[in-house]
Design a protein around this ligand. Structure first.
Ligand SMILES: Nc1ncnc2c1ncn2[C@@H]1O[C@H](COP(=O)(O)OP(=O)(O)OP(=O)(O)O)[C@@H](O)[C@H]1O
Length: 273
């Protein structure tokens, strides 16, 4: 299977294209070496960035800060949905405005699917609820869209009225993805979306994510400790160690020709497995 890095969209190198998300001098430390500092990045529409590194290196903390859920100590996260929209500094606008922007434009896929699903409402309701949050009111249309999305994530239409707790882990994760994508976000944040799943289930889910990302031209920031996931999905990679970004670059370059000793160690440890 081809990886996305081999099909790098031209706009990533086009100086006229505005980044969708920018981080400038961003830092959040719980204690020395715990958290991250300082991070600068540009993410363009349709671009997939993988944040990789060992456990505790600060990946999840950075993802939460980039996605409007954890205020940084320093720096800014600036989001611009399109060139007609004013840019918004996520932690300088009101909380209500930030929530509204996140509902309309962002998706969040948690590692544990039930963290992103409502256990007491049906699969169809989990998808429909997101549509209602952004203003949909026509019940027949909401149900039709829920059905379409269940099909898109390979869940049988006959499961529409079942509770997500009756689903397998892989199905729950696919439902969480459908709940996120039904509102057509521009930017999706994913934290180890295939973690904790069987290897064969992981492969199928990765394939699904990869196809959806390409079809919908989604920008994605994905946290993973699995370099194979980064290789398959990401255009660019950011490598973190103890709260510091030690290397960043195009996926194939970073994985085939790692410059930093820590990245070399990560890559060689995968090769030895
Ligand atoms: N709320 C918190 N309060 C204090 N320390 C925290 C908090 N959240 C995370 N940390 C610490 O900050 C460091 C970075 O954690 P983070 O979860 O961002 O790492 P990670 O790279 O995502 O790790 P993992 O892959 O294990 O999820 C860890 O040492 C963690 O214990």
């Amino acid at each position: 299977m081809d990886n996305l890095a081999q099909a790098l969209p031209a706009q990533f190198n086009d100086p006229a294209e505005a980044p969708l998300l920018r981080a400038e001098g961003l830092s959040k430390l719980y204690a020395p070496g715990k958290g991250f500092e300082p991070v600068n990045l540009n993410l363009f529409p349709g671009e997939v960035l993988a944040i990789v590194g060992e456990s505790g290196s600060g990946k999840t903390t950075l993802l939460k800060t980039l996605s409007g859920r954890l205020e940084p100590q320093q720096g800014e996260v600036i989001y611009q949905g399109n060139s007609q929209m004013p840019a918004a500094s996520l932690y300088q606008i009101s909380e209500a405005a930030r929530r509204q922007l996140m509902r309309a434009d962002f998706g969040i896929v948690h590692q544990h699917p039930m963290d992103g699903l409502r256990p007491r409402i049906s699969a169809g309701g989990n998808i429909g609820e997101r549509l209602m949050e952004v203003g949909a009111r026509n019940y027949a249309d909401i149900r039709r869209q829920a059905l379409n999305w269940l099909t898109a994530v390979e869940i049988g239409a006959d499961r529409i009225d079942d509770l997500p707790i009756t689903f397998s882990g892989g199905m729950q994760q696919r439902l969480q993805i459908a709940r996120n994508l039904v509102t057509h976000p521009k930017l999706v944040f994913m934290d180890e979306p295939t973690g904790g799943l069987d290897v064969s289930v992981q492969a199928r889910l990765l394939d699904l994510i990869r196809n959806l990302v390409t079809e919908l031209n989604l920008a994605v920031v994905i946290v993973t400790h699995d370099l194979a996931v980064a290789r398959l999905l990401a255009h660019r990679i950011m490598v973190m160690k103890q709260g510091q970004v030690v290397e960043t670059g195009l996926t194939d370059r970073v994985l085939d020709d790692p410059q930093h000793a820590y990245t070399q160690l990560l890559v060689s440890s995968v090769l030895q497995q």
